[in-house]
Design a protein around this ligand. Structure first.
Ligand code: FEO
Length: 388
């Protein structure tokens, strides 16, 4: 049974979007997405965030059902990105007495997205550490700039000890109470969406470190109510750019399959050394998952065909994503393939040189067209170097 319950007075009123296949127009979804929203039922009723444009009607049905004819005092907007704020206007048209709680940037952004709506008499502008008393429940707002946008805030509710964490601790997928499924899709979500902002996430973790948190209520993914140290520790690892697992991730971009065959030989050699190995064909597999695995493991092999005097375009695109997401602090090896003038390694190295604290694992291995027995010594040397 799906558990969507926080307390007698804090209700889940979010919605699932099972038919969405591409989140933010780029991240492949196999199991849709959840847009979470919560209602705090007290002397004054607060709704915590709205939802995506695709699901406003369904969300309003949830709001209306929980209100049961009563009027909400506040709509708290922790994050203005449209997957959460698209429903703001509809809510305010339905409940014109309600005020919107946000910071100065929240209202700048809301006015940009809703230029046909006047927020002037709706605003409750809060700053870092400001509080809002609803009755038994009190919200304390903590700014969390760049987790994931500049206006992002989290809110701590002190009666039920709930951290409303905005995008932090979210995951891809419809609402799923099975916490065992959390890590993989939360990691893919983190590195692809928030990954660039490790330092701001570290700041947020420090800000909330002394709070007595019993529940984390994010804007995507399940409400987390047990074993919170596990999730917070993972966020600490991820946001400090430390690897989560020992192992080698091989990202390969192969035009005709020969570079893939070559890295399969390298993978076998690494496994023979007792190393955990994961391989992704980045021309075909989910690129967001490849980004996730590059961050997850402590060693990375980039293997690619040469192409037009550079590197095969899926590798170019993968490197560009890693750079965007602040990839750093890893050991990286290169395998290039070229039939007449191998250029992949030079191009890969040039991009790696723009990243922080990348250690190149030698030797850089070049194969000509396809792996041959004469390549074995170089592959053995690379496997050994990766195991040091
Ligand atoms: Fe879920 Fe940054 O929006």
């Amino acid at each position: 049974m799906t558990e969507k319950f926080i307390s007698d007075s804090i209700k889940y009123i979010g919605v699932d979007d099972p038919d969405l296949t591409l989140f933010e127009s780029q991240y492949v979804l196999e199991n849709g997405m959840a847009y979470n929203s919560y209602l705090i039922d007290d002397d004054e009723i607060a709704v915590m965030d709205a939802v995506d444009a695709r699901k406003i009607d369904e969300w309003m049905d949830n709001v209306n059902r929980e209100l049961a004819g009563r009027k909400p005092s506040y709509l708290v907007v922790l994050h203005v990105e449209p997957d959460h704020s698209a429903g703001v206007k509809k809510f305010l048209e339905t409940y014109p007495e309600a005020k919107v709680v946000g910071n100065a940037k929240t209202f700048t952004f809301l006015s940009q997205f809703f230029s046909d709506f006047n927020f002037d008499d709706k605003k409750v502008v809060v700053k870092d550490a400001d509080t809002l008393k609803l009755g038994k429940h009190t919200l304390t707002f903590l700014t969390a700039p760049m987790v994931h946008w500049p206006e992002t805030m989290v809110a701590y509710e002190s009666a039920d000890k709930v951290l409303f964490s905005a995008d932090a601790f979210g995951k891809f997928g419809v609402y799923d109470a099975d916490k065992d499924n959390w890590t993989c899709e939360a990691r893919r979500y983190y590195f692809n969406i928030v990954g660039k902002y490790g330092a701001p996430v570290q700041m947020l973790l420090k800000k909330v470190a002394n709070l007595d948190i019993k529940v984390i209520a994010p804007l995507h993914g399940p409400v987390l109510s047990s074993n919170l140290k596990y999730y917070i520790d993972l966020y600490n690892t991820w946001s400090s750019y430390e690897p989560e697992d020992k192992g080698v991730f091989i990202a390969v971009a192969s035009i005709h399959g020969n570079t893939i065959k070559a890295v399969e030989i390298l993978a076998e050699k690494l496994r023979a050394h007792g190393v955990k190995v994961s391989v992704s064909d980045i021309a075909r597999d989910d690129i967001a998952e490849a980004v996730e695995d590059a961050f997850r493991y402590d060693r990375l092999v980039l293997a690619a065909s040469s192409y037009d005097g550079g590197v095969f375009t899926p590798m170019e695109s993968f490197l560009s994503r890693l750079k965007h997401k602040n990839f750093q602090n890893r050991k990286v090896a290169i395998v290039e393939n070229g039939t007449w003038a191998p250029t992949a390694a030079k191009t890969i190295k040039a991009t790696l040189s723009e990243m922080k604290n990348i250690t190149l694992v030698e030797p850089v291995v070049t194969i000509r067209s396809a792996y041959k027995p004469s390549d074995e010594a170089a592959f053995d040397a690379l496997a050994e170097a990766l195991c040091k």
